[in-house]
Design a protein around this ligand. Structure first.
Ligand code: NAG
Ligand code: NAG
Ligand code: NAG
Length: 521
């Protein structure tokens, strides 16, 4: 009882502080959204660009130049790109154009083998690209360059896509605002006073600003879905174990590698599936049912409006509740099926379950990751240095290092075990509810993109996305238009493991009604 009162008090206080401080610091500044797109090439899906390049309606060089110019135009506002390879990329585009013009196209450039031939792509900087940085915002890794490509980068290149740049992340990819002491902070293209999310935050912002057609992120607590939500684009966190995570820093080890999912980020729903196929490869696809035609009318639909208001997270805002209700209503009316409002009570334990599972399966401590083979890092000492602006580490990273030290004090082994069992039970609850033909709508986050730094006061809000990493389920993040302030709304679409084809099909359906990604205005 006392605990409950304290918890509500803490939540009210954190809400007031975050709202008031954020308003005082940012509220009066201009929104400064990115300028409107002039070049129509920037408003085409990756799939369309690939088709037009192959049919020689446009050239790969034209497309690359359009995107490079756009990046140069929006970077002063969003600060999302941290390392580029524009010159090499243009050379590669020229070569592809020459081969296509010659009419003598080799088998490895066929439509089947190279579905994205000549289309530019980006990834979060945590993915290794030969010759580019791989720091994940850790200052001690500042001048390191990759010696090889991450598995998914290699697959995209094989599919004919051309890497043009890598994008900003939070320090060590463990925070939902993308800011660090190497590259600074990224800004939301709809409203530069707001966060881009994290950890794939630079990636989310660059897409929303039309600076890239297709991209890749990774997600262990919402790092694909939160940036996609805050920036109003599509993203897919695949079923666990389908797309290889190999070649990113930091690399998840042991069971945590099952919690981490690598997946596509894009503005147009039609790009999700072809990208997903490239990233999954034959081996990944063999576990799935991607080739079955989805009959949307024959699926069962559910909606859960919040986590039962367990108190760890902010309350889900009314505008997001309304947006989710509108999505449910659209499904009901357009498909003539019921969308059942339900509740899974163990969702109240989302945050404790995520924390217990992560610490049970943590082989490398976060402090060791901060150290990264260099001199030992002491989080409390870093905190003191941070106060005097002498630390190389961001406040969230230092905080996580400190929390980790107290982890054993806060959670006994016994409690940890009980929470891990609760995680299994929660998975069974969902299995009973959804079966092989059920789809669930669930909030992506309690609030739309907040002002910079305010996540410090609402650190647990990622639990809305994080819980599905522990379940291993596929989740597609779907944009649902903009709110009255021109900031993106959205929802998560969830199915059971290996039903990725269902969530992506529902994403395409919702795009029809809600218009998917919207240009910042
Ligand atoms: C921060 O990192 C740089 C580069 O690795 C190093 O030279 C400097 O000593 C570090 N500063 C602190 C306070 O640790
Ligand atoms: C996968 C990969 O190439 N990672 C590299 C990141 O950068 C360091 C420093 O150069 C390399 O040692 C890693 O191999
Ligand atoms: C604000 C800031 O530090 N921006 C940097 C982002 O990264 C690029 C490329 O490394 C730098 O040129 C910017 O100065």
């Amino acid at each position: 009882m006392v605990l409950a009162i304290l918890k509500s008090l803490a939540r009210v206080l954190s809400t007031i502080i975050s709202t008031v401080i954020a308003f005082l610091i940012y509220g009066w500044r201009p929104r400064n959204p990115v300028p409107p797109v002039q070049n129509s090439l920037l408003l085409m899906s990756g799939t369309t660009l690939a088709r037009k390049i192959r049919n020689r309606e446009i050239t790969s060089v034209e497309v690359l130049k359009a995107y490079i110019n756009r990046i140069q135009e929006v970077e002063p506002i969003i600060n999302a790109v941290v390392c580029d390879r524009f010159d090499e990329a243009l050379k590669e585009a020229r070569y592809i154009d020459k081969v296509l013009d010659s009419g003598n196209v080799p088998a490895y450039y066929s439509r089947e083998k190279a579905p994205f031939l000549g289309v530019p792509f980006t990834t979060k900087e945590a993915f290794a690209h030969k010759g580019m940085t791989n720091t994940s915002g850790l200052v001690s890794r500042k001048n390191m360059l990759c010696t090889k490509d991450a598995a998914v980068v290699a697959r995209m290149k094989e599919a004919g896509a051309i890497p043009i740049a890598v994008t900003n992340c939070s320090e060590l990819c463990m925070w939902y605002e993308s800011s660090n002491f190497i590259y600074g902070r990224s800004n939301n293209p709809y409203d530069a006073r707001r966060i881009v999310g994290g950890s794939s935050g630079g990636e989310g912002a660059l897409h929303a600003a039309s600076g890239t057609p297709i991209g890749i992120g990774s997600d262990i607590g919402g790092s694909i879905r939160m940036p996609c939500f805050f920036n109003g684009i599509f993203g897919h966190k695949p079923s666990s174990g389908i797309i290889p995570n190999f070649g990113q820093f930091p690399m998840a080890t042991g069971k945590r590698n099952d919690f981490l999912s690598t997946g596509p980020m894009c503005r147009f729903a039609e790009d999700l599936e072809p990208m997903f196929r490239v990233l999954a490869g034959e081996e990944g696809l063999s576990k799935l049912k991607m080739d079955t035609t989805v009959d949307l009318k024959s699926l069962r639909y559910f909606t859960i409006v919040d986590d039962g208001d367990a108190g760890y997270c902010s309350r889900v805002s009314q505008e997001l509740r309304d947006a989710q209700a509108k999505a449910a209503k659209y499904i009901e009316e357009s498909l003539n099926v019921p969308v059942v409002k339900t509740m899974v009570h163990r969702l109240r334990l989302s945050l404790p379950i995520w924390s217990a599972m992560m610490s049970k399966h943590g082989e490398v401590s976060f402090t060791d990751l901060m150290t990264d083979g260099g001199p030992q890092v002491y989080p409390a000492w870093e905190l003191l240095k941070w106060v005097f602006q002498l630390s190389n580490h961001t406040l969230p990273a230092i905080g996580l290092g400190i929390v980790e030290k107290f982890d054993e004090m806060m959670m006994s082994k016994d409690l940890q075990e009980r929470l891990c069992k609760a995680s299994d039970k929660l998975r069974r609850d969902f299995e009973e509810l959804l079966g092989s033909d059920g789809v669930l709508l669930y909030p992506s986050h309690p609030k739309v993109a907040p002002y910079h730094n305010s996540p410090l006061f609402t650190p647990m809000n990622f639990a809305y996305t994080g819980i599905f990493n522990m379940m291993g389920f596929p989740v597609t993040q779907v944009p649902l238009g903009l709110n009255a302030d021109g900031v993106p709304l959205g929802v998560q679409v969830i199915a059971l493991t290996h039903n990725d084809h269902l969530t992506m099909a529902v994403a395409r359906k919702l795009e029809e009604a809600f218009g998917g990604w919207k240009e910042p205005v």
